[in-house]
Design a protein around this ligand. Structure first.
Ligand SMILES: Cc1ncc(COP(=O)(O)O)c(C=O)c1O
Length: 410
């Protein structure tokens, strides 16, 4: 935190205004810096009345919310608080995408909420956003609708249609905007539609890791405040809070947005809907492409075995984009196979099977790569050869046990 205090950033200004002092308080590192705890001058996030209250009020005004809450525990905390609020407001069943983030299902599990799944057909390895008819079908059986907007691959659900469905049914619309904080002030921003929504400020805006905001419109704000009080840490990081305030105020960078779209066209990236996510298909050559880029010190957000995903923000520089464009030129491309996910015969005994012998067997546990943290093959599906390849090549997986996959015996 060197240099000038960014304009309007109250938390940074408060931290800077204090000179060095002797620390007989937490944290234990005792470095006399800006990583402090609740002191006489630094307010208290659990019941803010000073600088943090003012920052939250201004953030709410910027995001079009009745109330917004600073979070230092990631969007995960926001998802939990948002679902708690929905429950407080009477919801028991929540319509959710089949490929929603694990925090949504964990929160439903902890709070005894029943998820009603919306189908998301997988095309070329990417789950499509739920269609409007699928939202309507699930919402008819649920008390609230939760959508991810945009998703990790840069696609949006039809939020306007979702809003109309929810208004007509008198039900709540919740949006997991873990990847959408950079959209503030644009037509696709979650806050234009949702009753409750999360902004993952640390992903697509320049905040420190774990910085997020959860917001509510009138009518849901008090219930959300209760949820936030339950789920957020009692030791919030001041550097993270200061960075969230800074990031929410960060302006659009239209030059980078234009350059990103040009790079997508040049690199043959997916024609997705979000400039900040460049998704380049490499198919079975994705591992080799990742290695070639890393030799040039270029790191992507993830390699899901089909695509390399490059995550931008308004703080991305034109110079960095130029380097990426030049490094992508000439990298060999493979084929992304549209492997059908067929339902197999689930049930019977579960055994661990070496991945290389698993093709054709029925999967007994959701398995995937993280990020993006979506299953490559789900419980009850027949395991395809491409799924085996992607899981075998991935560095970080979930659902596997010592490189083996759980399958049903006949
Ligand atoms: C769609 C979605 N929601 C929620 C989260 C959780 O965000 P965080 O890691 O900030 O807790 C993620 C993380 O990647 C995500 O992809």
């Amino acid at each position: 935190m060197r240099g000038r205090v960014p304009r309007g950033c109250r938390i940074y200004a408060m931290l800077r205004a204090q000179g060095r002092h002797l620390s007989f308080h937490t944290p234990g590192h005792k470095r006399r810096g800006e990583d402090i705890t609740e002191l006489s001058y630094s307010d208290n996030l659990l019941s803010p009345t000073g600088v943090l209250a003012a920052a939250e009020k201004e953030i709410a005004a910027l995001l079009g919310a009745e109330k917004s809450f600073l979070l230092t525990d990631g969007s995960t905390c926001g998802v939990f608080a948002m679902l708690y609020a929905a429950k407080r407001l009477g919801a028991a069943k929540i319509a959710v995408s089949a490929y929603c983030h694990r925090s949504v299902l964990n929160a439903c599990g902890v709070m005894g909420l029943t998820p009603v799944f919306m189908e998301q057909p997988v095309r070329c390895g990417i789950p499509a956003q739920p269609a409007v008819c699928e939202m309507a079908r699930a919402l008819a059986q649920a008390d609230a609708l939760l959508l991810t907007s945009p998703d990790y691959y840069g696609y949006f659900p039809d939020l306007a249609a979702a809003r109309s469905l929810c208004v007509a049914a008198g039900k709540l619309l919740l949006v997991d905007g873990a990847h959408g904080a950079h959209l503030k002030g644009t037509p696709r921003y979650a806050g234009n539609f949702a009753d409750l929504w999360v902004d993952g400020v640390h992903k697509s805006l320049p905040a420190l890791t774990q910085g997020a905001v959860v917001s509510a419109k009138e009518g849901a704000a008090e219930a959300l405040a209760d949820g936030v009080r339950i789920f957020r840490t009692s030791s919030p990081s001041y550097p993270v809070m200061a960075s969230v305030e800074y990031a929410v105020r960060y302006p659009r960078n239209r030059a980078v947005e234009r350059a990103a779209e040009a790079l997508k066209r040049e690199a043959g990236a997916l024609k997705n809907e979000d400039w900040s996510k460049i998704v380049v298909p490499f198919g079975e050559k994705s591992g080799a492409a990742q290695q070639a880029l890393e030799r040039r010190r270029i790191y992507c957000e993830f390699n899901d075995g089909n695509y390399l995903m490059f995550y931008l923000s308004p703080a991305t520089t034109l110079r960095a984009l130029k380097k990426l464009a030049s490094a992508l030129r000439g990298l060999p491309r493979g084929h992304v196979r549209d492997e059908a996910h067929t339902a197999g015969m689930g049930g019977g005994n579960v055994v661990l099977c070496p991945l290389k012998e698993a093709a054709g067997k029925v999967c007994a546990c959701d398995c995937g790569i993280f990020p993006p943290c979506m299953p490559v093959v789900r419980r009850g599906e027949t395991i395809g050869s491409d799924a085996v390849r992607r899981l075998s090549e991935a560095k970080n997986t979930f659902g596997l046990t010592d490189g083996k996959i759980k399958v049903y015996t006949e």
